[in-house]
Each structure stands twice: as C-alpha cells, then as structure tokens.
Design a protein around this ligand. Structure first.
Ligand code: SF4
Length: 270
C-alpha cells in the first residue's frame, strides 16, 4: 500500500529521506518539521531522530511494489537535494523512479544550485517531474537552475507565497502551483499576487494550480480564486492504466465544474 496524500496536487507520498534543515524564508513554519516532531512523539520508527536528516534505505524500493499507477510526491518530509544526501543515494532514488515507469514522480527542492550541479549525473526518465520552490522574488534564481535540467516536466511551487512575483521568466516551465501559508503564525498572501501569477501563466501557456489561501484555518479560507477553483495540470499529466493511457485533469479542461475537482483538505510541505 502506498501512502495516500491529502496534498491537492499529488496522490501519494514516498519518503526515502526524512528530515531537513531550513534554508530560506519559506522554511520558517515548515510543515514537514511539525509533522516529523509529531510522528517522533507517536513513536514512529522512521522519525526516532525527529527532523534530523535521515536516509531511509528500506524505503527506496517501495514504489516498485505499488502496482496501481499514481502520481507520487518524492520526499514530502525532506529535500532530496540536501547537501547531506550522498549523490549515490540520489542516483538510487532516480534509478527506482525510472524502473517504476507506471508512476509519475514529483520532486520538489529548494536546493536548486545542487540540483543543477548534479543533474547531468542522474538518470532522467520522462516520468520524473522536477520542481523548485520559490516563495519570494529574491529566490527566482532557482527557476534558472531548474531550466538547466533535462527533466521533461518542470514545475514551480510558489508556496508559501510571501510576496509578489512580477516578470517571471516561465520559459520551459510546464506547471505552477500557488498557495498561501497555513497553520499557526501563517503569513498573509495578497490576492493581487495570485491573480498576477495566474495571468502570467496563461500568457505563457503554463498550467496554473491554485492550492489554497492558507491562514490559521485553511479549511475556512478554502481554495477558490475569483469564484472558482484552478486545478490545471501539465499537458503530460497522463498515467498508464491497464495498458491504456488515462488522461488526468488536463490543461485544456480549465473550466471543469467544481463538483469534479479535488477537495481542499490537504497539507503540504512548507
Ligand atoms: S520547507 Fe522544505 S527545504 Fe525548508 S526545512 Fe522544510 S523540508 Fe526543508
């Protein structure tokens, strides 16, 4: 059994690494840290060291045992490109993703410099989506590093969005996810920042996914923007199912009726 996820833009999570260290303002209220400490208190064996970076070699092969095709968020509880994760371990994780070709894997990092540095030493496959987090204008350089990789689907997680992002260079980018911070002490997000990003995405032909407003009570604030939800997915968001290609929510279906769209109950890595 895979680990079903309530994060709106994925289906399952897989954590061959757990724990991390903070690197930029988006990390301030890291969800993974909160969750790791909770799991440690509950005695969960993968979290005996709490949020300390820990390799989980016993978890590396797990997706090969999950027969049902699914979209899998890699390391929702860590950052695969953290400096303390050895290159050989990252290569093993990539090898498993390539062998588990019936799934789609979504990797997200804030360590975009290391990603660019070692990208040529990794076995990229079409089912591996690569993303970087950008929370503020002074971190848009991560998008340039992402562009240097050969990933066939490149995406942005603009969450927690902490300021406006005017003039984004979206060349080569397939998908952008926007979300406000949630939980205790959540920093506010301005609607104008969100609509500007949406408009930039549409002008550039980039799929736009609005995850949440966030706030202290994210269920109350919901995920509607200008009266509707925005669940666009990259054009290549297809999964092999029973030998035939099954199209998931696609970029063309941007006016999907609300009743067919995913509900807002998820949490995601800060
Ligand atoms: S937000 Fe991401 S990069 Fe920052 S500490 Fe948490 S897991 Fe690490």
């Amino acid at each position: 059994m895979s680990t079903a996820s309530t994060i709106e833009w994925t289906q399952s999570t897989w954590n061959p690494v757990t724990g991390c260290t903070k690197i930029s303002p988006g990390c301030k209220h890291c969800y993974a840290e909160r969750m790791a400490l909770r799991l440690q208190a509950m005695g969960q064996s993968n979290y005996t060291d709490g949020f300390k970076l820990t390799l989980q070699p016993q978890a590396v092969d797990l997706p090969l045992r999950w027969k049902k095709p699914q979209r899998i968020f890699v390391n929702s509880m860590s950052d695969l490109f953290h400096k303390d994760v050895p290159l050989a371990f990252i290569q093993q994780v990539f090898d498993v993703m390539g062998r588990a070709h019936w799934h789609q894997f979504q990797i997200l990092t804030k360590r975009a410099e290391r990603l660019a540095e070692i990208a040529s030493q990794l076995p990229w496959r079409p089912n591996i989506w690569m993303g970087v987090s950008v929370e503020r204008q002074d971190y848009t350089f991560r998008i340039d590093h992402l562009r240097q990789t050969p990933a066939q689907v490149k995406f942005l997680s603009l969450e927690p969005l902490l300021g406006p992002l005017p003039g984004l260079n979206l060349a080569g980018i397939d998908w952008a996810i926007v979300g406000g911070e949630s939980g205790p002490g959540a920093r506010p997000m301005d609607i104008a920042w969100v609509t500007d990003i949406r408009d930039q995405c549409h002008a550039a032909g980039v799929a736009f996914f609005f995850k949440q407003w966030g706030g202290v009570n994210k269920k109350r604030t919901g995920r509607e923007l200008e009266g509707r939800t925005w669940d666009e997915m990259p054009e290549r968001a297809t999964l092999e199912a029973g030998g035939s290609k099954q199209k998931m929510r696609s970029f063309e279906r941007i006016t999907t009726p609300r009743s067919f769209q995913v509900s807002s109950v998820g949490l995601g890595r800060g």
